[in-house]
Write a protein that binds this ligand. Structure first.
Ligand SMILES: C[S@@+](CC[C@H](N)C(=O)[O-])C[C@H]1O[C@@H](n2cnc3c(N)ncnc32)[C@H](O)[C@@H]1O
Length: 252
């Protein structure tokens, strides 16, 4: 990470389709292991129209564009993130194919129909997000980390912004109430339409691993962390969720 003359932090993305650099402003999420693993799992072709929900600085939108997507729309609740993402698109020469919009979940893309949705909204329990400092603007995933991702899945269904056969790329992990997110995805899209693509394990930072919040959430069965020596490990999984199209209402 380096400082630019314009007072921005510059990050070199060494993940898929990299290396390229993105600027990060104050309060904008820094791409992580999850961003890199999600980028690895993406399946994108030249006919794809992609929506990147929770785009942050835009890094996964740029990966999708560099993989050949026809059009990409990134959206984020953070105005600052969207401003920086627009600058990044210009710097990378991708502004003709990649645009960014501000707003809650799928609200900014109402009326659009994508073939791919990258669903990377914040999904860490609020208390853990604060301890780790991963969400500089304070928007984590809700009390158990499942609330925001589950709301995003419902918003995709309600706004009808994914074509039948379209794919959602969804990260889940044992550092959040993963069961609730997967149950929501199965209820909305059907269990047969969830496919696990990748799984990785990472150590929790010590400040988080030793916290009372983590001990309590493990006792309550919200988190499911593994111990290795003196470390606590969490598992990240990336899912492809396929939209079966309209689901008929169950008989009354
Ligand atoms: C885990 S970060 C991922 C950012 C980016 N995809 C990356 O890999 O760097 C989650 C993003 O979700 C955004 N976010 C939080 N709540 C949101 C909401 N209700 N609607 C849209 N975006 C939201 C945050 O501002 C943050 O940029």
């Amino acid at each position: 990470m380096t400082d630019t003359d314009q007072g921005m932090l510059e990050l070199e993305w060494k993940g898929r389709t990299g290396p390229f650099t993105v600027w990060l402003g104050e309060g904008v999420f820094h791409p992580t292991h999850t961003s890199r693993t999600l980028a690895e799992a993406l399946e994108i072709g030249p006919d794809d129209v992609v929506i990147d929900v929770g785009c942050g600085c835009g890094v996964l939108s740029f990966v999708a564009a560099r993989l050949g997507a026809k059009r990409v729309i990134g959206c984020d609740l953070s105005e600052r993130a969207v401003e920086i993402a627009r600058v990044n698109a210009e710097r990378l020469g991708l502004q003709d194919r990649v645009e960014f919009r501000v707003g809650d979940l799928l609200e900014p893309v109402r009326g659009e129909r994508a073939t791919v949705i990258i669903g990377d909204v914040s999904g860490i329990p609020d208390e853990i997000g604060k301890l780790a400092g991963w969400f500089p603007d304070g928007h984590a995933g809700g009390p158990t980390g499942a609330e925001l991702p589950a709301a995003m899945l419902k918003s995709i269904r309600e706004n009808d912004c994914l074509v039948p056969g379209g794919r959602i790329y969804l990260p889940t992990g044992t550092i959040q109430n993963e069961r609730t997110i997967l149950e929501t995805a199965k209820a909305l899209f059907g269990a047969a339409n969830l496919h696990r693509l990748l799984e990785r394990e990472f150590p929790l930072p010590d400040v988080v691993a030793r916290s009372k919040a983590v001990a309590r959430m493990m006792r309550e069965g919200i988190l499911d962390l593994r111990t290795r020596g003196s470390r606590l490990l969490w598992s990240l999984r990336i899912w492809r969720v396929v939209n079966p199209g309209p689901v008929s209402a169950p008989p009354a």
